[in-house]
Design a protein around this ligand. Structure first.
Ligand code: NAP
Length: 275
């Protein structure tokens, strides 16, 4: 009997990742014969680990923090959305070549627009963080034609670089995390920092949250994340953790690899989505 095709997720750290569980459920649901493993890989070992996986016959990898930008150098082909984002979260190994794609943006959009029934057009949006995940979501969010989109980051230069990169796509601007303009009623505040992963709680901009604000944390946990607790304490209209995005981006990756899109609702039903 043919052994299952090999997939995995590569990151540092990686123990928090629920991708192995989600892909196992997708495989059961669709009857696809795959195995999927977490790979903890330090940044200086990224290329060696990817090439080893490819040589061993692996079919695809998800890529998570902090490798999403760096892994582009290893790709022979990039999808348009990955090229626009300058970040890759899905690698496919085909005919000895590496194809890079980015499903983070579509995953977030599906969660916001389909699972949470939100209309993103004309929204005033604030993103905290300017790393690989932010790169993946800015383009798709701007395609929804928000009224404005501000990127606030601890390191201002990284947020500014992103606004330069995306300035042709819509009304995007940058500021420091501790200097978020407080004269705007933000309707959507997205935490795309990895602070929670490291157990840090930076001083998130309290003035950005009103009772009309929906707060969305890309991070997720079995118990509420520090940002989702903070958002609830600020009186946000809703405080959502990133389970939905995680499952939706995973479904897109699965579809790229296997040519079949699994149903996400049954997987989401078993997860804590809203705090
Ligand atoms: P990344 O490329 O390593 O970027 C990390 C970002 O967090 C940077 O902007 C960094 O700011 C900021 N940051 C880290 N520690 C901080 C602190 N103590 N105070 C303030 N800012 C801090 O990571 P990423 O790939 O963008 O991932 C970000 C988060 O999104 C991770 O938690 C990841 O798990 C999550 N994520 C979730 C999904 C999902 O499907 N739900 C998908 C993708 C990512 P500096 O630039 O100043 O260093």
């Amino acid at each position: 009997m043919k052994s299952p095709d090999r997939y995995g997720v590569i990151g540092y750290p990686i123990s928090h990742s629920r991708s192995p569980l989600i892909h196992r459920v997708f495989a059961e649901q669709t009857g696809e014969a795959i195995e999927y493993e977490p790979l903890k890989v330090r940044p200086d070992k990224l290329e060696r680990a990817v090439r080893q996986f490819q040589r061993a016959g692996g079919k695809g990898l998800n890529v998570t923090a902090p490798h999403k930008s760096e892994v582009i150098k290893l790709c022979d082909h990039l999808s348009e959305r990955a090229a626009t984002a300058g970040a890759v979260n899905t690698l496919s190994f085909r005919d000895h070549e590496i194809h890079g794609d980015n499903t983070d943006g579509i995953g977030l959009l599906r969660d916001l627009a389909v699972n949470h029934d939100l209309t993103l057009e004309n929204m005033r949006m604030l993103i905290l963080g300017a790393g690989g995940a932010t790169r993946g979501i800015i383009g798709p969010l701007l395609e929804m034609r928000p009224a404005l989109l501000i990127i606030a980051n601890r390191t201002l230069g990284k947020a500014k670089a992103l606004t330069q990169h995306f300035s042709g796509f819509g009304p995007v601007s940058a500021c420091r995390l501790d200097e978020v303009p407080d004269d705007t009623d933000y309707e959507l505040v997205i935490n795309a920092t990895s602070a929670g992963l490291k157990g840090d709680t930076p001083s998130y901009p309290a003035a950005a949250v009103s009772p009309e604000t929906i707060c969305y944390d890309l991070s997720y946990g079995l118990s509420p994340t520090p940002f989702s607790i903070w958002a609830r304490e600020q009186g946000a209209a809703e405080s959502i953790m990133g389970w939905g995005m995680l499952v939706e981006q995973a479904a897109e990756s699965f579809n790229i690899w296997r040519g079949v899109r699994p149903q996400t609702a049954p997987v989401l039903e078993h997860m804590l989505i809203t705090v």
